[in-house]
Design a protein around this ligand. Structure first.
Ligand code: FPP
Length: 224
């Protein structure tokens, strides 16, 4: 059985779900947050140590201001109301991406990371204002400055995912088959599952089915 240490998820389809069922994209984001909570619980049940969630990409700034503001207010309220509970559950929160939000949100993110930094049960990496190409360019620049040899090990020290093992499994919901500038380096050997369901309708049952399939798949890593 394959060990499953790290699951990464592109939570796509909130907007479409919201428009279809509630006539509002934002209602889709709200429903998407419920799925986030369910999937965190299920990740713990499955004893998976790392969960990386793509919540906001560098390209998402192109969305209408109203939607962006709504997403950040959801995140703010989530942190304010849930961080103590996450901490009690021994969950560590780490942000990957550039924290250039309002000072209120930046402070909240920093405080949440600091509070949970020693927790060990599950590490949630929340990708916010994250773009993989930007991350890679910065990592190469820093590596060059350091005068260290350019190799995989040294480069990975300058990525935002430093000290985080690469994802074993990537799930993308929303019936779209692309990577959207997400963890391009780190996903080199990941198994990829594209799911037809929109994120708000993605269930624990769907998640467990994918995990079960992953565990018995033959992973070659270039060998035969
Ligand atoms: C992609 O769906 C989803 C996002 C850009 C935001 C993800 C946010 C959440 C799941 C809720 C908030 C999460 C936290 C952690 C507070 P889309 O809007 O691109 O959907 P579409 O393809 O149907 O338009």
């Amino acid at each position: 059985m394959n060990p499953l240490n790290h699951v990464a998820i592109i939570m796509d389809g909130n907007g479409r779900w919201g428009l279809k069922y509630k006539n509002s994209r934002n209602a889709g984001h709200k429903a998407g947050l419920n799925t986030v909570e369910k999937i965190i619980k299920e990740t713990i049940k499955n004893k998976i140590k790392f969960l990386t969630l793509y919540a906001f990409s560098t390209e998402n700034w192109k969305r209408p201001k109203k939607e962006i503001n709504y997403l950040f207010s959801l995140l703010e309220n989530f942190l304010i109301s849930r961080i103590d509970e996450l901490h009690k559950q021994n969950i560590k929160l780490k942000i990957i991406g550039v924290k250039n939000f309002s000072s209120k949100l930046n402070n909240l993110l920093n405080k949440s990371e600091k509070k949970t930094s020693k927790n060990r049960k599950l590490q949630i990496n929340l990708a916010l204002n994250y773009g993989s190409k930007f991350e890679l360019i910065n990592a190469f620049k820093s590596l060059k400055k350091s005068n260290k040899i350019i190799n995989e090990k040294n480069l990975s020290k300058y990525l935002q995912t430093k000290n985080i093992p690469d994802p074993d499994l990537l799930i993308r919901t929303g019936n779209t088959q692309r990577l959207s500038n997400f963890l391009l380096w780190q996903l080199a050997y990941a198994e990829i599952h594209f799911d037809k369901k929109l994120w708000p309708e993605f269930s624990e049952k769907d998640y467990n089915k994918i995990i079960k399939k992953f565990k018995i798949i033959k992973r070659n890593f270039g060998k035969i």
